[in-house]
Design a binder for this molecule. Structure first.
Ligand SMILES: Cc1cc2nc3c(=O)[nH]c(=O)nc-3n(C[C@H](O)[C@H](O)[C@H](O)COP(=O)(O)O)c2cc1C
Length: 317
């Protein structure tokens, strides 16, 4: 597989493990991915800056591979979280769920490449103008908060044509053949979330991992998030009640978002699923969760992705 170059950071494989909050992609997952040659991402949203700093420190001590932090622009402590990760020696900053001009300045001052998640050509061009080192393009099949209704393979070629920086495709990538499809469309790499949830190193609860493995296409749904964006998730009692406008009241409010619809607490619901309450909590997942059939180790998954990519390349030759 080709290497992934973002600014002066090089990963041996063009695979970014997407940041997944709250506490789903932590040091063990990010370290394993970085050790296997990809980019391992720790998600900071929903954590205190001191907790994120400790997590980055743990991962940094365990690997010299490429580590990223992912923070949602929508969280109130966005600046503190990004700066805590930079102070601990993170290699890349990835930011989604909103657009921040300031983060480009913080990253430039620290000489850390900044990679925003974008859902349109307009925002991709804006990001390039502000100094983005690459962009992640997330299609509507992705897990978590969604910024577009377009599928990755429709959006990707237009964004590749609109900017001169590396473009990373996300949403619906599960196999090495998927990676080939995205790279053939002009991307320099892929970002994968759902497939990494079903790994031993992921910090999601066993119940959440099992839900992924058992999910069928009928289980993949959209849910309104108080962040103001739709989110892709797995069907469960929480989501079914939410789809009828019935939301749990779980005080006290931690004022964690800059702006919150307050229908429910997104951080609390995501934390509940991460800890094992997969009926009462919100189980974010991409449409690709329906194609995830086993829980494996990161090393085995990364081997498998390379074998599948090679087979797809040879098949096409
Ligand atoms: C459980 C879960 C939590 C996620 N949390 C975040 C997050 O905190 N920030 C973010 O930018 N993206 C988040 N995402 C999106 C992923 O980083 C990734 O871009 C997406 O899952 C790619 O689509 P895929 O699941 O089809 O691979 C999340 C995805 C999942 C499945």
């Amino acid at each position: 597989m080709p290497k992934l170059q973002i600014g002066d950071v090089t990963a041996r494989l063009p695979i970014i493990q997407g940041g997944m909050a709250v506490r789903i992609s932590m040091a063990p997952l990010a370290t394993a991915v970085a050790e296997a040659g990809g980019v391992g991402t720790i998600a900071g949203s929903g954590m205190e800056p001191s907790e994120l700093a400790a997590e980055v420190r743990k991962a940094r001590r365990a690997t010299s591979g490429v580590l990223a932090v992912n923070v949602m622009v929508a969280v109130r402590k966005f600046k503190e979280l990004v700066q805590a990760a930079i102070a601990e020696g993170i290699d890349l900053v990835i930011a989604g769920a909103g657009f921040s001009r300031d983060v480009f300045t913080w990253c430039r001052e620290a000489a850390v490449p900044m990679v925003p998640i974008v859902g349109s050509e307009r925002v991709a061009k804006l990001a390039e103008r502000f100094g983005a080192s690459a962009v992640v393009v997330e299609g509507c099949d992705a897990g978590g908060h969604l910024g577009t209704e377009e599928h990755l393979m429709d959006l990707l070629p237009r964004i590749v044509g609109a900017v001169d920086i590396p473009v990373i495709g996300a949403g619906g990538v599960v196999t090495g053949a998927d990676i080939k499809r995205v790279l053939d469309a002009g991307a320099s790499g892929v970002q994968m979330g759902s497939r990494f949830v079903a790994t031993e190193e992921c910090s999601a609860s066993d119940g959440m991992k099992r839900m992924y493995v058992e999910a069928t296409e009928d289980d993949i749904v959209l849910v309104r998030s108080p962040v103001g964006l739709p989110g892709r998730a797995l069907r469960n009692p929480f989501q079914e009640r939410a789809s009828r406008g019935v939301y749990p009241k779980r005080p006290p409010c931690r004022s964690c978002l800059k702006e919150c619809g307050k229908e429910y607490c997104i951080i609390t619901e995501l934390e509940m699923a991460q800890r094992g309450d997969v009926e009462g909590g919100l189980v974010f997942a991409g449409a690709s969760a329906a194609s995830v059939h086993d829980i494996t180790t990161v090393a085995e998954l990364m081997r498998r992705l390379q074998d599948e990519w090679r087979a797809a390349e040879e098949g096409a030759a």
